[in-house]
Design a protein around this ligand. Structure first.
Ligand code: SF4
Length: 214
């Protein structure tokens, strides 16, 4: 009885630390970005970049999963169905094919991010200085045109992410980045993901598309 109580308390502490760790890291990312004040082309309702291939860190996936669980049943079901549809669609694609195909993020609703407060670092750091380049490369994914991204913000966020991942790695956490659709679907259906992350193992065992690059 006493042991069970202790174990419950320990697991609660771990779950709390995942949530607070994710929120502290995402706030740190915002602070790093805020130190680069530039005139951005990004505006509410513009969602070209929400059709990209996205890699996410495990703690970011947990923050998204925790957020989704606070939503009404209908909204949760809608997101799960969208995730599953995306996973089934990209299953037969190579990473390059996925990157070259506009697939709407499962969290995108009516042109807005439905999980904006906990969107992952890849989304936070993507700031365009020219909406035309976003539009052209969206409609013509083979276009040689490059998106004109804020280099200053990218550099600030890269510096922050490097520090963050060094600390996480030193603490024994998995710092692999995982393809978002598959990772989030697994996080929503397999509680074992959190244990694996806490134990420094590969967090999402169903995700093949991963990278250790920052
Ligand atoms: S998580 Fe939000 S910001 Fe990121 S791609 Fe999805 S809808 Fe866009």
């Amino acid at each position: 009885m006493g042991q069970a109580k202790q174990r419950g308390t320990f697991e609660q502490r771990k779950a709390q630390s995942q949530t607070s760790l994710a929120s502290a890291l995402l706030s740190g990312m915002d602070a790093a970005l805020a130190s680069a004040p530039e005139k951005l082309a990004c505006a509410q309702g513009c969602s070209y970049c929400c059709h990209y291939h996205v890699y996410v860190y495990p703690h970011e996936v947990f923050a998204l999963a925790d957020y989704i669980r606070t939503l009404a049943e209908d909204a949760q079901g809608q997101i799960r169905r969208a995730l599953l549809a995306n996973v089934e669609r990209i299953e037969s694609m190579s990473v390059d094919e996925h990157i070259a195909t506009n697939i709407a993020c499962a969290l995108l609703q009516n042109g807005l991010c439905s999980a904006y407060s906990v969107r992952p670092s890849a989304c936070r750091q993507h700031h365009s200085l020219d909406g035309v380049s976003c539009k052209v490369t969206f409609y013509d994914t083979a276009s040689p045109m490059q998106n004109i991204i804020s280099a200053q913000r990218m550099a600030n966020s890269a510096r922050y992410i490097l520090q963050m991942t060094r600390k996480l790695r030193a603490s024994g956490y998995d710092i692999t980045r995982y393809e978002m659709n598959r990772a989030l679907l697994e996080a929503l259906s397999d509680p074992g993901c959190r244990d694996r992350w806490n134990q420094g193992q590969k967090t999402f065992i169903t995700v093949v598309d991963t990278t250790t690059e920052i």
